[in-house]
Design a protein around this ligand. Structure first.
Ligand code: ADP
Ligand code: MG
Length: 706
């Protein structure tokens, strides 16, 4: 959108009513430097400013009203901490009202003149029988100011500092109004090609910018919003998809020509089950990437338990067959350890070297791993974010697998790119939490996507129930029945840093209560939590895995990766404290074998509306995608991966949840444009080309991130 020439790039300082002091303030507080920035500082809501109230008609407190007032007297009053406030007495022909300022007192004092007439707008309070407005918007009553009063008057976000210098919403509106008057006979260059405007019936940019600030009516406002949201989302998609195209033509990757010894031996001798069709398809997609000569950047999506690990392993074997080293990075020590154990187990007998590295691997052992790694003798390195440290050096890293990607920062991932020698390594990102469509199109918008949309055969629908504490006895009975059938049970407690002590205490208490209810030696129990020594944790976990204990009590350390097909019951204590995707992950620990499986969400009676929605959603569906969509609606996209700071996802107007349809349309259009004209060289796309050229920096930074 940066058009570096033209009137829109005049400095804001020279706009009527601004000047150097306010210009600096606008820049510091709102980042407004030039005309265009002010035009793109959109109102966040609109109020009806057509009518005027009479003071005597204000019958109830809390009403927001507009008044025409004459100032009778004003007075600076010393308050606490030497902070002055300004008290003003004003009237209309029906009564009196007080206006009070605690902030921006000095400026307001110099602005308000006794005897003059003003338009005043604000929320009325009653105290001691007197009506008053604190911090009203106020402006001189003249023809121009009256002319801006419409059914939909804009309200702008301002800051305390701006208010203090008289740059409140109403004055920002005045500046914008002045600017639009000034631009009336100027051309504002279009950003979108004519054929796209026509196709989606979008109004011109100039018209939209006028109407978003001072809409003629609701319809006009809707049209302006639609146009500007489309523009915003379209250019976001252009950044993502154009970069992806570029990467695919420009960023070379290692060619993995052969599928050789290790892959074939594993496939024919070690594969513990028949692959699902979805797994086969994904492996094919990955193999195609790896042969293409272009660096792979692929996102592997698959619900909990869909079998991503085996896909990762087979990709790893292809890389090793071609003489390269590989690594897997996981977000937690436990998960990394799990990967290490299960993969080590699966490749046993193939003659490969596998190593584990995390912050807890220290001293001699660490040194030795780093040395061997650099000499090229480790084929598979599995670990935590310790892998991205600069002293972790590979001889020939060819493939990086990242599990649970959304927990890693953008910068961290970029660091792994740098560890390739000749080319960046191929990257396969696995995520167990299904990504809602809108996020897939934005945050992960420039990755290629593979989906495992089929669970291994024999999986059970997990029955989920939300229970209050009064059902606990029946739950205990049910657990005993399941254990009597030879099944195993998880009991999970929340643990968050802020209340760690209390949470651990809860876990301990719960554990002891269970010990009473499930007495030894008839029943055996394991306990795991993050504060235990890794060796103890592993010991307890293994006892459960081997079926030596009936119940595993723990914190969310068991959230990811644990795989005990014989476990059929998941009890989640204080379930209201977990997020939806976390609940879904936890539930995914059961239903992995052939036995019917159950998940119980325990809470007390005090529940927020949002918590109720979460629990209800869990009861209603097992579908990770549906759950992720509800989660997005409840929480918004959040600052996933810190992408917001990077400016790539910054949206002024559009909202990923509410404007999904516009997003889909914009993406589709963008895809079509780039399919027909990947280099944007056609005349009809010249505006888009111009955008790309003028925003090179944005495109470049994005390319490096993925
Ligand atoms: P996730 O996608 O959650 O990482 P895993 O890779 O841990 O899932 O696989 C979940 C379980 O399903 C594991 O026990 C794994 O051995 C098993 N599994 C994976 N693929 C298949 C398959 N095609 N047939 C049967 N079991 C499978
Ligand atoms: Mg997994």
């Amino acid at each position: 959108m940066r058009n570096l020439s033209g009137i829109l790039f005049n400095s804001i300082e020279y706009l009527k009513g601004v000047g150097p002091v306010r210009a600096k303030l606008l820049n510091d507080e709102l980042g407004i430097k030039v005309y265009k920035d002010l035009l793109y500082h959109f109102p966040f809501r609109y109020v009806d400013r057509t009518g005027f109230y009479k003071i005597k008609d204000i019958a109830v407190e809390g009403l927001t009203v507009q008044l025409k007032l004459t100032i009778i007297e004003k007075q600076l009053v010393k308050g606490k901490n030497n902070r002055n406030r300004l008290e003003v007495l004003a009237k209309d022909d029906s009564g009196f009202i007080n206006l009070i300022w605690f902030q921006g007192v000095k400026w307001m004092d110099s602005f308000i003149e006794v005897g003059s007439e003003y338009i005043v707008f604000g929320k009325v309070g009653f105290s001691y029988g007197k009506k008053s407005i604190v911090h009203p918007e106020i402006e001189i009553k003249n023809a121009e100011n009256l002319a801006r009063n419409t059914v939909l008057s804009p309200v702008y976000s301002a800051t305390e500092k701006l208010n203090a210098k008289g740059l409140n919403s109403r004055n920002i509106s005045r500046l914008t109004y002045n600017l639009l008057v000034k631009l009336k006979n100027e051309t504002i260059e279009e950003t979108l090609p004519g054929y796209i405007l026509k196709k989606f019936k979008l109004i011109s940019l100039k018209h939209a910018l006028q109407q978003i600030h001072f809409p003629k009516d609701r319809k006009a406002l809707e049209n302006a919003k639609k146009r500007l949201k489309f523009e915003e989302l379209f250019f976001m998609q252009l950044r993502l998809l154009y970069s992806k195209n570029q990467r695919k033509t420009k960023i070379k990757g290692y060619v993995f020509k052969t599928v050789g010894r290790y892959f074939n031996k594993f496939y024919s001798e070690k594969l513990p089950f028949e692959l699902t069709n979805a797994q086969k398809r994904v492996i094919k997609e990955v193999r195609y990437d790896l042969r293409s000569g272009i660096q792979m950047n692929r996102l592997l999506q698959g619900d909990v338990g869909s079998g991503k690990t085996i896909v990762a392993l087979m990709t790893i074997l292809i890389a090793i067959d071609n003489g390269f080293q590989t690594c897997i990075m996981a977000p937690t020590e436990i998960l990394a350890q799990q990967h290490y154990n299960s993969i080590e187990n699966m490749i046993r007998g193939l003659g490969l070297n596998i190593a584990f590295l995390s912050g807890s691997v220290k001293g001699k052992k660490r040194k030795s791993i780093l040395n061997v790694l650099e000499s090229g003798d480790i084929d598979i390195l599995i670990g935590t974010h310790a892998l991205i440290e600069p002293w972790v050096k590979f001889k020939n890293l060819g493939l990086v697998i990242i599990d649970e990607q959304h927990r890693f920062g953008v910068k961290q991932r970029a660091k792994l790119w740098g560890k390739g020698i000749k080319y960046p390594p191929h990257v396969l990102v696995m995520t167990a939490t299904p990504i809602p469509r809108t996020l897939a199109m934005t945050v992960f918008g420039d990755l290629d996507v593979s989906k495992i949309d089929e669970l291994p055969p024999g999986r059970q629908e997990i029955k989920t129930y939300h229970l209050y504490d009064n059902k606990r006895l029946r739950l205990i009975k049910f657990m005993k029945e399941q254990i009597a059938m030879g099944r195993q049970v998880y009991v999970v407690y929340p643990l968050i840093e802020e209340s760690e002590k209390l949470d651990l205490q809860n876990l301990q208490d719960g554990y002891e209560r269970l010990l009473e209810l499930f007495p030894r030696p008839q029943y055996q129990m394991s306990i795991v939590h993050g504060k235990m020594k890794p060796a103890d944790k592993e010991y307890e976990m293994n006892r459960f895995k081997e079926g030596k204990t009936h119940i595993l009590v723990g914190t969310t350390v068991i959230e990811v990766g644990v795989d005990v097909p014989n476990a059929t019951v998941m009890v989640i204590e204080n379930a209201n404290r977990f997020g939806l995707s976390q609940l879904h992950q936890l539930r995914g620990r059961v239903g992995r074998g052939t036995g019917a499986s159950y998940c119980f969400l325990m809470t007390d009676y005090k529940l927020s509306q949002e918590a109720k929605t979460r629990l209800k959603t869990m009861e209603m569906t097992n579908d990770g995608f549906e759950i992720a969509n509800v989660d997005l609606k409840l929480r918004g996209p959040g600052d996933i991966d810190g992408l917001r700071q990077s400016g790539l996802l910054e949206l002024r107007l559009a909202n990923l949840t509410m404007d999904e349809n516009i997003l889909i349309a914009a993406r589709r259009m963008c895809t079509e444009v780039l399919e027909e004209d990947p280099g944007l060289n056609l005349v009809k796309n010249s505006l888009l080309k111009k955008y790309v050229i003028q925003n090179k920096n944005l495109f470049k930074s994005w390319g490096r991130i993925s």
